[in-house]
Design a protein. Structure first.
Length: 324
């Protein structure tokens, strides 16, 4: 357990110390985005996800060093699986960097995660037999699991976490809850590689949340949002607890289906300012606007807290189903 605490702290401190260093550099490089939910729509440094990725990397590399030099995790630790998952996450981060810098077409951005799944496909990560709710017998997918379900899982999770974004603290807040919940499950069922990745990402996201909370000093960017989905999906695949990943993704999926119904709008997904609250005067085009509509207007901080609370509920459900 001390090893996991060390991994969490190293990830947290790396991101916590790196973020304030990177903020002025992003400003000087003119890597900025508009905060659409503020009255004057201020320009804020974007691509703060760099600090999150460095924090995640520090935690994972520490775990590998602890295993290599000091014999931690040796009986349960499979280096090829954690490196394959880490490679998938890094490829997804690279896709996010390209999107932040060059604003890729939505269709291209949706398809590129298929390429990021290749490391997991190469090592035949995961078990091809899955337990699916309401089906009495385990379902054996065979080669279809490796060639079809893994790419779908990586692509789907990364895209939905990328879509439910744009409010101060939302991405890091929901992502840290999802990673914490899945990390608890991974530890409980003895999936060491998954636990290392999830605990590292949780520490990095919580540190970033300090700077990203309302009013945000830095935005996470597509680099960060795509990586969150990659961490969730890659971890549950190598740990063989995919259904837990499906459960924690449900709030993101709700937003996805609302946006799909409205043609995946690239504009006017934010709220309108009204006496310090965000309101939606038209038909909601996303989960966030739906909450604005139902509540009759809500502060940005309140909206984010509600969504983090919803994610926490699904995280608890996943933990209860797998550990109790």
């Amino acid at each position: 357990m001390y090893a996991f605490i060390s991994i969490f702290l190293v990830s947290f401190l790396t991101t916590f110390l790196l973020t304030p260093w990177i903020i002025p550099k992003l400003k000087r490089a003119n890597i900025i985005g508009r905060d659409m939910n503020k009255p004057n729509k201020p320009e804020i440094p974007e691509m703060g996800g760099f600090a999150v990725i460095f924090g995640l990397s520090a935690g994972v590399l520490l775990a590998i060093a602890l295993s290599t030099f000091f014999g931690f995790f040796n009986e349960e630790f499979h280096l090829r699986f954690i490196l394959a998952a880490f490679s998938t996450i890094m490829l997804m981060a690279l896709i996010g960097i390209f999107d932040d810098l060059f604003a890729m077409h939505q269709a291209i951005k949706a398809a590129l995660p298929l390429f990021a799944a290749l490391p997991l496909i190469a090592v035949k990560a995961g078990k091809t037999t899955m337990i699916i709710p309401f089906i009495n017998e385990p379902v054996h997918f065979g080669i279809l699991y490796t060639l079809i379900l893994i790419p779908i899982g990586i692509t789907g999770a990364s895209n939905v976490t990328n879509m439910l974004a744009g409010f101060n603290g939302l991405e890091a807040g929901m992502g840290s809850v999802a990673c914490f919940s899945l990390g608890v499950i991974a530890l409980g069922i003895g999936r060491i590689e998954s636990a290392i990745i999830l605990i590292s990402m949780c520490g990095a996201l919580l540190a970033f949340l300090y700077y990203n909370w309302y009013p945000a000093k830095v935005l996470i960017g597509d680099l960060g949002t795509l990586s969150i989905g990659a961490v969730i999906s890659a971890s549950v695949i190598i740990g063989n607890f995919e259904m837990a990943g499906v459960i924690v993704i449900i709030p993101y999926a709700i937003d996805f289906f609302i946006k799909a119904k409205n043609g995946f709008p690239s504009r006017n997904w934010w709220g309108e300012q009204d006496c310090g609250k965000l309101v939606c005067r038209k038909n909601p085009v996303g989960f966030c606007q739906w909450i604005m509509k139902v509540s009759g207007g809500i502060t940005e901080k309140g909206l984010v807290l509600i969504l983090i609370g919803i994610e926490s509920i699904f995280g608890i459900i996943a933990i209860m189903l797998f550990l109790l």
